[in-house]
Ligand binder design. Structure first.
Ligand SMILES: NC(=O)c1ccc[n+]([C@@H]2O[C@H](COP(=O)([O-])OP(=O)(O)OC[C@H]3O[C@@H](n4cnc5c(N)ncnc54)[C@H](O)[C@@H]3O)[C@@H](O)[C@H]2O)c1
Length: 692
């Protein structure tokens, strides 16, 4: 049983003991329950203290038992809380460090609570698309007031215990040693009768209906696609208007409804996918890592500058290397401007700007970077330029330094082979803007050493990125998939869509940005260069010509104020372009395709299933380690809607059989070969299985 029991004088002490955060798994709940029974049966015990061992009072549900029968086995958290509340001897929760979710609900079921300062107090269930389901929405408002409780429950954010010191939540704040204070408090209240119960507190808030109406409006506006925040408001409102038992039942019903929603399942999937992404089957977590206390970036352009900012933000000194003084000065000035813009928005203090700039040094000489622990190359996307840079890095960098490339399309193994130390070479594929985007694809070369991989994964965390491992292939995980999505977007134009219809359909589905707005931002010339290469290397791969025609018109996107859309100087808003739309319609005519009205559902299916099918190939080839890694790439790097859980999770919710059936339908149209299901997808669909 994961709770200890001991008696100190006349006080029984139950200590939750389930590292790392005393999650309320079955054994822990049983331990509390049995401890309580023992204490109640022991005549010499006058009061009971409940606390947590180690780093937490309790972090809430035990994630190891999520979705297992143990999570709902008796005694459930409800049973334990009901028993605590009904106990005939005073029960005191001694809260420290962390009391979150079910952990806080447990404390709310006690008669008294004492706390150390600086404990993180939260009901974070909303972050998983849920609500506190063990009385939290009913008890917390009775102790801290409707407004504070509502804020905590709807945001899920932690509040330090000392900020709640003036409320009924804590009967006493204990500055010194917590257990000494808690035992003294328990002795003081040992003979107190009747015992105070949170459920008996009346909520007195005049005109609460008006308050909740206001809350519903403001929460609805920010919750967008997620139902949980609105349900949280409903439950807190129930605390104010219903009898306690009815409110508890209402909370339970809403909790059960939310557990079943796709949105909550998607958020829970994200939670687990993020943890899974950091695991590499043949690289154990205890693999020794190389120190990374200094960094060098080669190339101070768009990406190099952003990457350097990541290091400075993490407090790691970084040297930026360029070939010419002008380019270096320009790169450093852009970084400063970015920081100053953040400062103007109030998110950095002037001294922080200087402190970060102070960590970034410019140089034109490799001699100045030779001792860096890691060098990341971000020069032009050209193999001959990369060759020169990697040969020079090989000749200058100290032994053991990690040498990384930010290439988006070139072969990392070839780049590694320019050096005599391919084991030290790895791909770090940042996304633009590199100082903002969460995703970092970590490209494992054929010879990349395990400790280099482990170090780079750990570095991702330090830089506040989500690292996802990819094997070497053209485009890695994200861009290889997006190419198929872009091809479909092009075919849709030929068959009857205009850019804004495609963009709007997929944005209504929830994407941050449709394909044409996205390409206009990235630059149409980049795709053009890739297609030119493809026309030679893979002539069987068909593309719509519209994108080439667009580039021939000199419309490269936002940078030329003209792309799929028109742009006004200094304004990123896209305006439909008559010129482009005429070009698209004419092109359909030229290739003999009769344009038709294409429903939004078809647009969404064709774009999303194009991603899914390519990802199935990636999984089969071992480029992606697991389906949830693909989801992480799309959720953190490509604006895939979070409430849908990523392309693979989404396909699972649609049902893979249905996905394949839709693909068969589209195969009867143009480019039928595009829709041949990848073997893995076909197999899973036939077996009634899922990706995740
Ligand atoms: N722009 C993106 O969205 C993006 C995203 C991911 C990856 N990438 C990749 O990142 C790399 C850099 O792209 P970018 O968009 O920052 O390009 P960029 O043109 O903005 O910057 C490249 C910089 O490298 C410098 N440079 C060129 N040769 C050099 C050399 N031999 N030594 C030192 N400096 C040199 C240039 O002066 C320039 O400042 C490319 O491999 C690109 O494919 C770009």
């Amino acid at each position: 049983m994961s709770a200890n029991y001991e008696v100190k004088g006349s006080i029984a002490v139950i200590t939750l003991n389930n590292p790392p955060v005393n999650g309320l798994g079955h054994a822990t709940r049983s331990g509390i329950f049995e401890g309580l029974k023992k204490a109640l049966a022991d005549k010499s015990v006058k009061a009971i203290v409940i606390t947590g061992a180690g780093k937490a009072f309790s972090g809430g549900a035990d994630i190891k038992e999520f979705n297992t029968p143990k999570s709902s086995a008796e005694p459930t958290l409800h049973t334990v809380i009901a028993a605590l509340e009904a106990a005939e001897k005073p029960v005191v929760a001694a809260v420290h460090s962390v009391a979150m979710g079910g952990g806080l609900e447990l404390a709310l079921g006690c008669h008294y609570r004492v706390a150390s300062p600086k404990a993180q107090i939260a009901l974070p269930e909303v972050k998983l698309g849920l609500l506190p389901g063990a009385g939290g929405t009913q008890r917390l408002p009775r102790l801290v007031g409707l407004e504070t409780a509502l804020n905590m429950i709807v945001s899920g954010n932690p509040v330090p215990s000392e900020k709640l010191a003036g409320t009924k939540l804590f009967d006493q704040m204990i500055e010194g040693e917590l257990m000494t204070g808690a035992l003294a408090f328990a002795a003081k209240v040992a003979d107190q009768r009747p015992l105070p119960r949170v459920r008996d507190i009346k909520i007195d808030y005049p005109n609460h209906e008006a308050f909740f109406q206001f809350a519903r409006n403001s929460v609805g506006a920010v919750a967008k696609n997620f139902p949980a925040p609105r349900k949280c408001v409903d439950c807190v409102a129930a605390a104010a208007s219903m009898k306690f038992e009815d409110g508890l039942r209402f909370e339970r019903e809403n909790f059960m409804t939310l557990v079943q929603t796709t949105e909550s399942k998607a958020l829970r999937h994200f939670f687990f996918a993020e943890r899974a992404a950091s695991k590499i089957p043949d690289v154990p977590e205890d693999t020794p890592k190389r120190p990374v206390n200094s960094a060098a970036i080669v190339g101070a352009g768009t990406m190099g500058g952003g990457i350097a900012m990541n290091f400075a933000n993490a407090g790691i000194p970084v040297t930026l290397l360029e070939m010419k003084q002008e380019a270096l000065a320009k790169g450093l000035a852009t970084i400063r401007r970015n920081y100053e813009n953040t400062m103007k928005r109030g998110r950095l203090k002037p001294e922080q700007v200087e402190q970060r700039m102070g960590l970034i040094t410019g140089t034109l000489s490799y001699g100045d970077i030779k001792n860096a622990d890691i060098a990341i190359e971000a020069v032009f996307e050209d193999m001959t330029v990369k060759e020169t840079v990697f040969k020079t890095l090989d000749a200058t960098m100290k032994t053991g330094a990690i040498i990384a490339t930010n290439t988006s399309t070139l072969d990392v193994n070839k780049i590694a082979a320019f050096t005599k130390r391919p084991q030290d070479v790895i791909g770090t594929h940042f996304f633009s803007p590199a100082n903002v985007m969460k995703l970092l694809e970590i490209v494992r070369g054929a010879n990349t050493a395990k400790d280099v991989l482990a170090t780079t994964m750990a570095l991702a965390k330090k830089l506040n990125k989500t690292g996802v491992v990819s094997g070497v292939c053209d485009g890695f995980i994200g861009n290889r998939m997006i190419e198929q999505y872009s091809r479909q977007a092009g075919f849709l134009l030929e068959e009857g869509c205009l850019p804004e219809q495609v963009d709007q359909a997929i944005e209504r589905f929830g994407f941050a940005m449709g394909p044409f707005r996205m390409i206009d931002m990235a630059g149409n010339d980049i795709g053009w260069a890739i297609r030119k290469r493809r026309y030679v290397e893979q002539p069987e791969m068909k593309y719509s010509k519209t994108a080439d025609l667009l580039c021939e018109m000199g419309r490269y996107g936002q940078k030329t104020s003209a792309g799929w859309y028109d742009y006004k100087p200094g304004d990123r808003k896209p305006y439909p372009s008559q010129l482009v739309n005429d070009m698209i319609v004419k092109h359909s005519k030229d290739i003999g395709v009769e344009r038709r009205k294409i429903p939004d559902q078809e647009i969404v299916e064709r774009l999303v299933y194009a991603l899914v099918n390519e990802a199935a190939y990636l999984l089969e080839e071992g480029i992606a380690q697991r389906a949830s890694d693909v989801d992480m790439v799309y959720l953190t790097g490509y604006g895939f809607p979070l409430h849908r859980g990523g392309p693979m999770f989404y396909a699972d919710t649609v049902g893979l059989f249905n996905v394949v059936t839709a693909m068969e339908k589209y195969a009867r149209g143009r480019h039928g070969d595009f829709w041949k299901p990848a073997p893995l997808l076909a197999r899973l669909a036939a077996e009634g299985k899922t990706f995740n």
